[in-house]
Design a protein. Structure first.
Length: 362
């Protein structure tokens, strides 16, 4: 297994910077245009298929009356400023938190700023490091449009989740409607809280871990400012060039043989495939292939690229190579076969991400 410094370098160049380009203008439309049924073995929800959530998991509605899928709108579509608080469990079961600010002009420009990070040892909030703050802002567009929850294809939402109304709550001074999306395969239920008096604006959500019955991640808006003064705001620019993937043009540039996933979480479909090239000369590889999959609510990204420094080595999942980033709640699983590096990132259960990664082994 490679050293922590190499993992940090690869993460710095190929996870969060890629995030900043994956979500640039037009990402959502290109995803729907290039989507298709994922060509992989669709699993049965890994170990979670035993329905540990007592009716909210693999058996579907579990006694709930089926409700229609809500109509939602999202902060990045508005001229708005939000402050948000996010809590999540890391891979060791430690609760971590962060507070951020979202700025949007409603015309496609969006910015995230990391305001505070929770110290689980000192049990207090403190400022982020300069590196954390810069990395968080650089990945703004991807984090808002893909990491934050959005409704995807209606057919996937209907087939993968059973929908029911739950109690609403007050979020940033607004009354919200609560909707539960119960995953039919035991991959974790999603609670959504939206202001139906303001176009279904999504203000809070949470994802339950099917193995522990604990909330894996939750996001709650704590402040809303409409039409804020955005003069002087520096809108982050992507550090990576992203274009739709064309095998004839881009495969020779990658310099590796790509391996399609042999396993995907049940109900997943391909949203989009991209070719990305980094602008930093110190990156371990100049280019990467990225595939984004979705189950209608959550996104999973598979990345493959070449790193000549890994020649002659092998790190084959499901050897534990997963981690949560200090300023990000998505789980990352990485492996390599010789110079071909593959990583999987998303908010699905860690075991399923390890299975996806294991399915990328030739």
């Amino acid at each position: 297994m490679r050293t922590c410094s190499l993992l940090a370098a690869v993460s710095a160049f190929f996870i969060l910077p890629l995030a900043s380009c994956l979500g640039d203008a037009g990402a959502s439309t290109s995803a729907s245009a290039t989507g298709g049924v994922a060509q992989a073995t669709v699993g049965s929800g890994s170990a979670a298929s035993q329905n540990p959530l007592g009716g909210h998991g693999s058996t579907g509605a579990g006694g709930f009356n089926q409700q229609s899928i809500p109509t939602l709108s999202y902060p990045e579509e508005r001229w708005i400023r939000l402050e948000r608080e996010i809590w999540y469990l890391d891979l060791d079961g430690v609760q971590r938190g962060l507070r951020d600010q979202l700025l949007s002009d409603g015309n496609g420009n969006v910015r995230l700023d990391l305001l505070e990070v929770w110290d689980p040892v000192g049990l207090s909030w403190g400022p982020p490091s300069a590196e954390q703050a810069e990395t968080y802002t650089r990945g703004s567009v991807w984090n808002v449009t893909h990491r934050d929850l959005h409704l995807g294809r209606a057919v996937a939402l209907q087939s993968n989740y059973a929908w029911s109304l739950i109690g609403g709550m007050s979020v940033a001074g607004r009354n919200t409607t609560g909707t539960l999306a119960a995953n039919r395969y035991g991959l974790g239920d999603v609670a959504l809280y939206h202001d139906d008096n303001d176009g279904g604006l999504l203000l809070a959500w949470s994802v339950t871990d099917p193995a522990t019955h604990q909330v894996m991640v939750s996001l709650t808006t704590t402040l809303i400012e409409l039409q804020p003064d955005l003069n002087g705001v520096g809108w982050p620019q992507p550090s990576v060039q992203r274009v739709p993937y064309d095998a004839r043009q881009h495969l020779p540039l990658l310099g590796i043989s790509l391996v399609p996933p042999g396993y995907l979480p049940p109900g997943s479909y391909l949203e989009a495939s991209w070719f990305s090239s980094l602008t930093q000369p110190s990156a371990p590889s100049p280019s990467a292939k990225l595939d984004a999959y979705s189950d209608g609510l959550r996104t999973l990204v598979v990345i493959q690229y070449r790193d000549d420094s890994l020649a002659g080595t092998n790190v084959i999942p499901p050897i534990p190579v997963g981690m949560r980033l200090a300023d990000d709640w998505e789980i990352l699983v990485r492996g390599n076969q010789d110079v071909r590096v593959f990583s999987v990132q998303g908010s699905f259960p860690a075991l399923d991400l390890q299975l996806v990664s294991a399915g990328l082994v030739e």
